[in-house]
Every structure is written in structure tokens, then in C-alpha cells.
Design a protein around this ligand. Structure first.
Ligand code: PRX
Length: 651
């Protein structure tokens, strides 16, 4: 028998058809695919008209006169905060918008009426400090309601926001504030994280010393640990809003006016300021939130357990849910504080019906053990989602069984900061799912896997993920760098958007996103996805989490280096090392056996929880590691590097 190639690498597949009961009540219908296939522009126009309130309804849907600078709904006018708040007040102002839970256990409930009043007051406060339509406002906060309030207030007065994740350093604030030339910075004194204070205002003080564009800093009092307030520059949030009226006339925004900038990492050191505009973005957010999460505004309690500092939180904690008049849970802290059942406790207490989280979190829950969710009644859950990285089938199955009670559909949603909203996902009640596959493009989205020459591949083949047609919530450019926008996304496959991911189309036409293209290894001429090897490793009972990178190898081009964390009760022995290599060989084929396996108590992760594969590649190749201080767990890096050195010496 010959060595299996990529076409044989996918796991034994199981298919989960939708349950008739779910289908009977689903928001989505099969016919949406046909409607969008017939005329994708008309499909999006219909959604824009039906789902949003326009001050001036658009007559033009797509303007493709200057590709790749596509525009949508160009003659339409609207205000996003009015769509998220004002229009719900007449028929449900007393409905809860957010059940907010602080990490120390304090809670707040904000109805739509409460939220509207807070947003209007703060919008007036911003105006009183001189913020005008078009001015950029940087926001660096923890997960408190004021973060959503600040974003909506910016949207109300037409000031694009730039949210900077609260885990970033002062340096990162400086870069982002400088790039956007932000006029205002909104922060908290501190944020709670596992019982300690993250000194957000102190970081802002350092950043502002090198950020001449910032005129004022508004500070929410959260941790009350005492911070410096600079006279004339810094203002307490509560002082600012105290005397403000709770009505503020919304700015009339063109559909193509900038709503926000969100910075994301690219292939260079300089983060890219991804630009999202008003009408198209909200159309994408509202449509996908309703269809993918099957939102029933009157009965659902929805929880996107992401941080608003990332795009997932922008679209699926703030804009999508509020546009759809949803009741959401918002949680300030981490899932393991004070104990590892915090999420499950909250779900039981609030009767959460829909949970959206990341595979990394699910793998952590697996590692901690099923006894934590088993302590709580999770039967209110009826739909689960995942996002952010490929989910290995084992984690999918664990989520399905231990959190979803083996009945809730799982939507594995593929999208990016750049796409603004979900692009590829099952439609619950409609799509039969396969663990690990993100299934199909949503209606109105044309994802295609292409080969090196940009030609769509046949079923059963792998290649590069591309999007063949523009969509309303697409990024419009990179802030201040149109050329980088063109070069990064539209040059490799002219006429197609290239997100940087590898993917495979299976025999049944299902999409499997295999990870970033730079994470796909080439071993002896065989392309092997890091995710495939990771899935095989975590499939072993001993393995809690695994990361795999392509290390340089003189003979085979690349060789597979694996980094593994073990479940409690397992010891890192030579015997287990060999057993795991054989297990991978057994699951995938000899070609996929790791050259090295390093056991480590944790994997180096960014503060957003992503595994730092670049660092693992550097360790594998014994390169200088540079600055690792921005990692969530920097201390682990040195330990792994020493092990890697020791292993090389043994060899
Ligand atoms: O590689 C893909 C991966 O995450 C990248 C986008 O990252 P970011 O802009 O930070 O946005 C994350 C949240 C939307 C993609 O290029 N990715 C995201 N979702 C999935 C995924 N990979 C596989 N499956 C997914 N469901």
C-alpha cells in the first residue's frame, strides 16, 4: 500500500443530520441557498431592507465599479445605534439586553431602555469633550457593560471606534492609537482577572505619554484600586455622564461611512487596521446572527463567550445581537475563576439557550474533565457554536456530548476579522454536520477552494480557500494602506479574496478548513495539515492538547515537531512518547509521525488563547526567540526550549 496523501488524512467521518424538531422551528430555510445563488446581490439587498431600519433606504446594492474597493448600499443612510436600540424601545424596551456578570460575582441587568439611556448620555458626554463625526476613538477596557455602551455611543455620533483588547500592552496601544490618530481614549481603572487587577489605566498613562493625538481619557471606575488622573486630560466616566441628557440625536450616516477599525496581526510586525463600514457590516451581522444562531428574540438567552476586544465580540456580542433584539449574557472573567465550572454555573443560573465559544476553550474544558459541567443543569442549551480555529473532531464530540446533551446542533463557524461576519457555517436545522467540518458557505457567500493557479478544485481535493464574490460585511481596506489591502487579499488570486487559509472539499462537497497556509507542512513532498496531526494526538486518551509545527529538515524539507500537554494522571515517559508516535501513525499514516514530541505542562499562547506556532517553529529550529513577554504564559517558553535542546543532544 502506498503512503496516504492529504486526501486520506481526514478522520473517519460521522454525519449528524438535523433533527426534525429543530428544522420545524428553524429561522433558516433550505430555499435561501437557491435564492442567493440566483442573485446574490438581490439576496443581500432583501436582507438589508428587511432587517435594518434605514433613514434613507438604498437603491443601489453593490457598487463594483472599482474592484477590489467594493461598496454596498452606497446611497443608503442609517444609524447603527438607532438600529440596535431606538427601534426596539417601542416594542420591548423593558426586555433585557445584557445580563452582565462580574468576575467577583457582582451582576448588572441592562434592559434595552437602560442601555439606550446610557448610550445617549455617554454620546452626549463624548460630544461635550469635542468628539465629532469622523474622529477616531480608542477603547481599551475589560469586559464591562461600558465597553458596549462606549462603542454604541461612538456609532451614535459617527465617531469610528478602535477597540484594543484589554490584554494588550502599552506599546500596542501606542501603535494602534498612532496609526488611527485617535483623539480620545476610553478605559477602566482596572479589570478583574482571576482575582487580580489588570492595571488598564496605568497602561494608558504610559501609552498616552507617547500618544500626542489623544486629547482626553475617560475612565470607568471598576476596580477602585486608585489611579492617577491628570487634570484637564482625564475624566471619570461617572462625572462625565452625570449631567448629560439621556437623549442624543443620532448622526445620519452613509452606509459606507466608517463604523470601526479593528487591528489584527498580519505577516509583518505592523498590525493591520481592518476597516468596517456601516450598512454592509450591520446587514452581515444581523443576517448571520439570526440564521446561524437561530435567534428567537422572545425566548433565547444567548451567550457569546468571547471578548469584545476581538471581532467575535464586536459582531456577536454587540452589533448582531442588539440589532436582533436579543437577550445576551456578558461575563467579565475567565472560565476557571473561582472554579472550573464558572461557565456552567452561569448557564444554569440564567437559562442560557445558545453558547458560542472557541475550540481552545472546549479543549481546556475537556482537560479539566466532565465532572465540572456535570455539576450543573445544562438542559436549557439548544444550540452550540465554535469559532476561531479548526475544531478537532474529538473536541467537537466532547462539546456535543457533555455540553450539548448529544442533541444540540453545533455550528462550526469560519470567518475572520476581515470578513466582518460568519462566512462558512452549517445552518442549524438545515445542514447535516460533520465533526471538524465547517460545512458550506452561507447563502450569499461564495467560498471556493482553488489550486495554485486559482482554479476551483474537484471534490476530494485540497487547496486554498478563496471567496469568489464580494459580500456586504467585507473589510473595505486597511486603514491608511490601500496598497497593503490589495496586496494581502486580492493579488494572489486576482478577482478573488484570499483569506490565507488552506482548505479541502470532501467527496460530499463539505469544506474542511485546515488552518493558515503557513501552518500547513510539507514533508517529503506531502502536504500535511498541522491540525490533522494535532487531532490524531488529542485523539489519544493521554493527550489534553497538542500543537504541531513544521520544523526544518535537511532530508524531508520539513519534519513534524509536536508539543503535547497530558491529561492529569499521565506521566511523560519514553514509552508514552513512542506510543503517541505510533498512534499518529495509526490514525493518519507513517508520513505524519512526529519527528519529535516534547511534553509540556502548557503550550505558549497569545492572550487571546491562540497557540503561538511561530514560536514553536523557532524552538524546533533553535532560533533566537526574541521578545515573548506578550504571551499569556511566557514562562513556559524557556522550559520547552530547554527540552528541545536536550532532545537534540540526545539525538
Ligand atoms: O485561520 C482561520 C481561523 O482564524 C482566522 C481568523 O482569525 P481572526 O481574524 O482572529 O478571527 C477569528 C474569529 C472570527 C482564519 O483565517 N478560523 C476562524 N474560524 C475558524 C478558523 N479556522 C477553522 N475553522 C473555523 N471555524
Amino acid at each position: 500500500m502506498s503512503e496516504p496523501g492529504i486526501e486520506n488524512l481526514l478522520h473517519e467521518e460521522r454525519t449528524f443530520p438535523p433533527s426534525p424538531a429543530f428544522t420545524a422551528q428553524a429561522n433558516a430555510q433550505e430555499s435561501l441557498y437557491g435564492e442567493a445563488d440566483d442573485d446574490f446581490v438581490a439576496y443581500w439587498m432583501r436582507n438589508a431592507m428587511e432587517r435594518l431600519d434605514w433613514i434613507t433606504p438604498p437603491t443601489v446594492a453593490l457598487d463594483d465599479s472599482d474592484p477590489p474597493f467594493y461598496k454596498w448600499f452606497t446611497d443608503g443612510e442609517l444609524n447603527i445605534s438607532a438600529n440596535c436600540l431606538d427601534r426596539h424601545l417601542a416594542n420591548g424596551g423593558d426586555k433585557v439586553a445584557y445580563h452582565w456578570i462580574g468576575e467577583p460575582g457582582d451582576t448588572r441587568t441592562l434592559t434595552y431602555a437602560d442601555l439606550s439611556a446610557e448610550v445617549n448620555r455617554f454620546a452626549n458626554g463624548l460630544r461635550s469633550l469635542g468628539v465629532e463625526k469622523g474622529d477616531r476613538v480608542a477603547i481599551y477596557m475589560g469586559m464591562v457593560p461600558e465597553l458596549a455602551i462606549a462603542m454604541l455611543a461612538c456609532a451614535r455620533i459617527g465617531a469610528p471606534h478602535s477597540v484594543i483588547f484589554g490584554g494588550f500592552s502599552a506599546e500596542s496601544i501606542i501603535d494602534r492609537v498612532h496609526d488611527a490618530q485617535a483623539k480620545m481614549l476610553i478605559t477602566c481603572d482596572g479589570a478583574w482577572r482571576r482575582g487580580s487587577v489588570v492595571p488598564l489605566k496605568d497602561n494608558c498613562d504610559v501609552a498616552m505619554a507617547s500618544s500626542p493625538s489623544i486629547e482626553h481619557c475617560v475612565v470607568v471606575e471598576r476596580t477602585k484600586h486608585g489611579v492617577d488622573m491628570q487634570e484637564g486630560r482625564d475624566v471619570w466616566w461617572h462625572d462625565l455622564v452625570e449631567s448629560q441628557a439621556d437623549t442624543c440625536e443620532p448622526e445620519i450616516m452613509n452606509a459606507e461611512d466608517l463604523l470601526y477599525i479593528l487591528y489584527t496581526s498580519g505577516t509583518t510586525a505592523k498590525p493591520k487596521g481592518i476597516m468596517h463600514t456601516t450598512g454592509g457590516y450591520l446587514t452581515g451581522a444581523a443576517t448571520t446572527h439570526s440564521l446561524v444562531f437561530d435567534i428567537k428574540p422572545d425566548t433565547d438567552v444567548y451567550w457569546c463567550a468571547a471578548d469584545i476586544g476581538w471581532v467575535t465580540g464586536h459582531t456577536y456580542i454587540v452589533y448582531g445581537p442588539l440589532a436582533n433584539h436579543t437577550t445576551s449574557v456578558m461575563y467579565e472573567g475567565t472560565p476557571d475563576y473561582p472554579d472550573k465550572d464558572r461557565l456552567w454555573e452561569i448557564i444554569a443560573e440564567y437559562g442560557v439557550t445558545i453558547l458560542y465559544t472557541a475550540p481552545t476553550a472546549i479543549r481546556a474544558f475537556m482537560k479539566w474533565g466532565a465532572e465540572y459541567p456535570e455539576r450543573h443543569d445544562l438542559t436549557s442549551l439548544r444550540l452550540l457554536g465554535t469559532v476561531g480555529e479548526p475544531i478537532n473532531p474529538e473536541a467537537w464530540m466532547w462539546y456535543h456530548e457533555h455540553i450539548g446533551g448529544s442533541t444540540s446542533p453545533i455550528v462550526d463557524t469560519w470567518w475572520q476579522t476581515e470578513t466582518g461576519s460568519i462566512m462558512i457555517s452549517p445552518l442549524p436545522g438545515i445542514t447535516a454536520t460533520k465533526p471538524g467540518s465547517t460545512t458550506h458557505s452561507l447563502p450569499g457567500i461564495t467560498a471556493q477552494v482553488v489550486d495554485m493557479d486559482g482554479v476551483p478544485v474537484e471534490r476530494g481535493e485540497g487547496g486554498f480557500l478563496t471567496i469568489a464574490k464580494p459580500w456586504p460585511s467585507m473589510l473595505r481596506s486597511i486603514y491608511g494602506d490601500d496598497q497593503r489591502y490589495v496586496d494581502t487579499y486580492w493579488t494572489r488570486y486576482p478577482g478573488r479574496y484570499f483569506p490565507g487559509d488552506g482548505a479541502k472539499l470532501d467527496e460530499e462537497g463539505y469544506l474542511w478548513v485546515l488552518g493558515r497556509v503557513d501552518d500547513v507542512m510539507n514533508v517529503s513532498g506531502h502536504r500535511i495539515s498541522t491540525m490533522e496531526v494535532e487531532s490524531a494526538l488529542v485523539d489519544h486518551d493521554a493527550v489534553a492538547e497538542a500543537a504541531v509545527v513544521g520544523a526544518t529538515d535537511e532530508i524531508t524539507g520539513q519534519a513534524i515537531a509536536a508539543f503535547v500537554t497530558l491529561r492529569s494522571g499521565y506521566e511523560p515517559t519514553d514509552k508514552l512518547h513512542d506510543e503517541l508516535r505510533d498512534h499518529v501513525g495509526m490514525k493518519i499514516g507513517a508520513i505524519a509521525k512526529p519527528r519529535t514530541i516534547i511534553f509540556t505542562p502548557d503550550l505558549p499562547k497569545t492572550r487571546s488563547g491562540k497557540i503561538m506556532r511561530r514560536l514553536l517553529r523557532d524552538i524546533s529550529d533553535h532560533r533566537d526567540l526574541g521578545d515573548v513577554t506578550t504571551l499569556a504564559n511566557a514562562e513556559i517558553v524557556q522550559a520547552i526550549a530547554e527540552q528541545a535542546e536536550a532532545q537534540t543532544e540526545d539525538d
